[in-house]
Design a protein around this ligand. Structure first.
Ligand code: FAD
Ligand code: DLZ
Ligand code: SF4
Length: 510
């Protein structure tokens, strides 16, 4: 009899068309899936994230079995559980007399290295659930002085044909962002993302997570995420039908009583493998073709997926395993306790973090222009910021989280992703949200103990990094405004910011 091969399926590889399964033989090979402490504990994941991954894994394993695969599945509390992915592969190899492993390359350097170092023959296959292969991304990037997402995005539009009219973009423009970025109004009639009631399988996982991860930051219940492909497809339909229409207009808006607005909440399902990014975009394109949603909504949404999502993945793998240690600005402050739910007087931070704690979710502008903006302005060590984002969001896997955090949000890669740092004063947050009206600070004030911290920290950041940013052609105007300000005012603003930084260092509430 021919020895079976082991087919590794990780918790974020839950697609029937994953390359490892495509290369395997149902009649001969054994699928290995394992819930292991090595993955559930390498950062303090939000309990909702752990539950989502494990529940989706259990449902996927059952569907593979129903489809005729032999699955060796390890539960987190199984007595023989070795605690790591390589450990489980070795255990299964011994039990089944296997020496070969077929695996789809993981989304994190840490696990790629662990698999490469195993004393088994591991055949690592490309993860082809993406539109661009890593070679294709490298070919695009090679020789370019600047790796701007917009140009990569155009290549992906041409490749997929999405919203194209021959060689030209539909509507005559590649990008309709000009029509987007409107502030939102509270709207009782706005639909929320679709919710699913946990079945017995999910309920067992919830109890397991409750028992083992009770001290992790984040609220486990209620838990309403989709945990199967069928449910994820329903969530996609619901989004396209009820929310997509307003996606473009309101994608940057923030409201204290609406965590989701017109966002899709589809990132966890695409990242886990329950939905394929191309099918999501095709569904959105179809809605636009049928006249159900405006062009700015469809184009804006598709750009996030075939543009940003593909682009950050290409960069993560192109930049190599040291990417998460980059710290070009030399920031070294510790992450303030408010990020783990301790008190803050800043209403925007309290809301973005509070919602992260309860939902395991915050939308892009909350991540970038509230929590990320604050971390960058006060100079938190990027590795700490990275670990926080990797822990607290249900959609966080390193290939997508690290470039967004290290590169886009903290400018720690020296501007590979963001041509200028994403920093702002309170004015931007006030324009895009309803946070400031009920804040203990005043967004109008620039000095004094009640002045919005973003207002003074913004100038403090620019002043202390002047040598680096003054020559940036997109920032010259800002430095000219700073220089035009009265000297006493500048001095007082810097002192006010210093006092905030001192409070953070002393562990006081800001
Ligand atoms: P929507 O607003 O509905 O957008 C649609 C889809 O576009 C998303 O589902 C996502 O797949 C894709 N998308 C949008 N922006 C990005 C982006 N910048 N990079 C990659 N894909 C994008 N996204 C993750 O999937 N995982 C992460 O761990 C993650 N960490 C982030 C950390 C920081 C500091 C920042 C600023 C952004 C991060 N993002 C991450 C990107 C973005 O915030 C999320 O993809 C988005 O908020 C997910 O919610 P949604 O599905 O409702 O998105
Ligand atoms: C995120 C996660 C968690 C919490 N648990 C598991 C697990 O027990 N078993 C598993 O195979 N995968 C898990 N994952 C997803 C992995 O961490 C993910 O595959 C890597 O980080 C690479 O993206
Ligand atoms: Fe945030 Fe400043 Fe507005 Fe308060 S005033 S909510 S700290 S931006």
């Amino acid at each position: 009899m021919v020895a079976p091969r082991l087919v590794l399926v990780l918790g974020d590889q839950l697609s029937e068309e994953i390359s490892a399964l495509c290369a395997a033989d149902k009649a001969r090979d054994i699928v290995v899936m394992a819930e292991v402490a090595g993955e559930t504990e390498y950062v303090p994941h939000h309990p909702k994230k752990i539950a989502l991954v494990l529940a989706a894994m259990r449902h996927f394993a059952a569907s593979l079995e129903a489809d005729g695969w032999t699955v060796a599945y390890t539960k987190l509390d199984d007595p023989g559980n070795s605690g790591t992915i390589p450990g489980e592969l070795l255990r299964r190899a011994e039990a089944h007399g296997a020496s070969d492993v077929i695996a789809t390359s993981p989304g994190e350097w840490r696990l790629i290295t662990a698999l490469e170092e195993m004393p088994l023959k591991v055949h690592l296959l490309a993860d082809d659930r993406f539109i661009a292969s890593l070679d294709e991304f490298d070919a695009w990037a090679e020789g370019r002085k600047e790796l701007r997402m917009e140009y990569f995005y155009r290549q992906m539009r041409r490749k997929t044909g999405l919203m194209m009219e021959g060689d030209d973009p539909a509507g005559g423009k590649w990008n309709f962002d000009h029509d987007n970025r409107k502030p939102a109004q509270a709207d009782m009639l706005r639909s929320a993302p679709m919710q699913f009631t946990p079945d017995d399988v999910t309920e067992n996982v919830l109890q397991l997570v409750e028992g083992r991860f009770a001290s992790n930051f984040g609220t486990l219940r209620p838990f309403h995420f989709a945990v199967t492909r069928g449910q994820a497809l329903r969530a996609l339909d619901h989004f396209v039908k009820y929310l997509l229409e307003g996606f473009g207009d309101y994608q940057d808006a923030m409201l204290q009583d609406d965590a989701f607005l017109h966002h899709s909440l589809l990132s966890p399902y695409m990242n886990l493998g329950l939905l394929n990014p191309l099918e999501v975009c095709q569904r959105v394109e179809q809605a636009w073709k049928e006249g159900k949603v405006p062009i700015n909504a469809a184009e804006g949404f598709i750009r996030q997926i075939i543009g940003w999502r593909e682009y950050v993945r290409g960069l993560y793998f192109r930049e190599g395993p040291d990417y998460t240690t980059r710290n070009v600005l030399g920031h070294d402050r510790a992450l303030p306790a408010m990020y783990w739910g301790e008190e803050t007087r800043m209403n925007c931070m309290a809301h973005a973090i509070g919602q992260t704690e309860s939902e395991g979710y915050a939308h892009h502008i909350q991540r970038l222009m509230v929590t990320g903006n604050f971390a960058l302005l006060v100079g938190i060590a990027p590795a700490e910021v990275h670990e926080w984002y990797l822990s607290v969001y249900i959609d966080a896997f390193e290939w997508v989280e690290a470039p967004n955090t290290i590169g886009m949000s903290q400018w720690a890669d020296g501007g590979i992703i963001a041509s200028k740092p994403y920093v702002s004063s309170g004015n931007y947050i006030n324009k895009m949200s309803d946070y400031c009206g009920s804040c203990a600070y005043s967004v109008e004030d620039k000095t004094g103990p009640d002045a919005c911290p973003f207002n003074t920290l913004y100038w403090h950041f620019l002043d202390r990094h002047r040598d680096r940013f003054e020559g940036n052609h997109r920032m010259g105007m800002i430095y000219r405004s700073w220089d035009k300000m009265n000297e006493d005012k500048r001095k007082t603003m810097l002192q006010t910011a210093d006092a905030i930084l001192q409070k953070l260092d002393d562990g006081e509430t800001v």
